[in-house]
Unconditional design. Sequence first.
Lengths: 97, 320
Amino acid sequence: MVELAMGIMLGLCGVGAGIALIAGIGPGIGEGQAVAAACEAIGRQPEAKSDVTSTMVMGCAIAETTGLYGLIIGILLIFVAPGIFSGVLRETVLALK
Amino acid sequence: MTEKKEGIGPAEAGKAGVGSARFRWVDRGLIALMVLPLVCCLVLKVLFKPESQGVDISGAMIYLTIPGFPLQDLVITESQINSWGIMISLLGLCLYLTHGLTERAETKRQLAAEWIVEKCENLVTVNMGERFAGYEYLIAAIMGLSAFSSLSCLIGLFAPTGDVNITAGWAVLVFVLYTYTKLQGGVLNYLKGFTEPIPVFTPMNFISEFSLPISMAFRHYGNVMSGAVISVLIGTALRSLSKMLLGGIPVIGNIPLLQIGLPAILSLYFDVFSGLMQAFIFAMLTMMNVAGAFPQEAWEKRQAKKAIRRQRADMARAEA
């Protein structure tokens, strides 16, 4: 019984991490658009290259944040959550006995 | 990078000439002040590190737990110690750079110090405006501490910015500053700001107010931490791969040959580029948030209102 519960818990942690990383789609599209626009701007005004590049890198790093939230959740679900949840499970089983 | 605190003033110049024996001894002491804290952090880490094999992904080690505090036991973690070590080391760097300042820049270190000060002042004036002159000390300190914290993992320390507690502390500092700047526009104006554009938005405005420090803390922490995790995972994968491929060969099999090279390139991106970038972004966001909390137009309007009120008071006093 405990093994089954543990297995379900571990599996769901993995699935949850996978779902959390869907958050990477948004920043991917957003950053791609930002870089595309920056390329266009540099093509139109090559003398403003350094300004455009620094602004773009800055904007990309900020757009990355939502993806990072997903990544943090994923990492926590894989490396931290199983330890916490298995402790909770063990306590519950002990209480039931 | 808080050189300005020590000042560009020529106060120190007369004390001991550049090149004298005393000057050199003070120099050596300052270099020791720079290096020793980091060495202490490394030694502590080596002393406390438990033996581990395989994938080793964990947060900061806990060095000490002091019981008897009201809310929770006070834990002294690796990241706190490293953070203090880096702060002391940075102080040493600042003192070293500003040691023996002369009115006309002669030494390389004075040129470097002046360059840093100039760049910081420029950055703050361009991004925040003249009204916020004086914030460059804070911005430079945040930027320097953040950059050196992220870079400290290059010498084998646990990067303090990879711990959410440290970045959350900085974010709370920014939140306090931002609220303080907003309150300068008047308490009523501050409260009124929550009901804009229409009163229905009040809960959302509250949430967005508190999401600012959270997003700042998590952005910095997430970048550094995910870089560290990915580096560890790839390093472990390469080690097991080389054990699998070369394990049969007697002497060479024991050396993880595939682990040479690739992790260094990754570290160049994750540790150096990402760390410096995040330091810059954290400073940039601090500047934008603080400057945006009390915009120029609102400030001018308030100044005008104050002037009118003062005039009226003067007139009333004159009549009386």
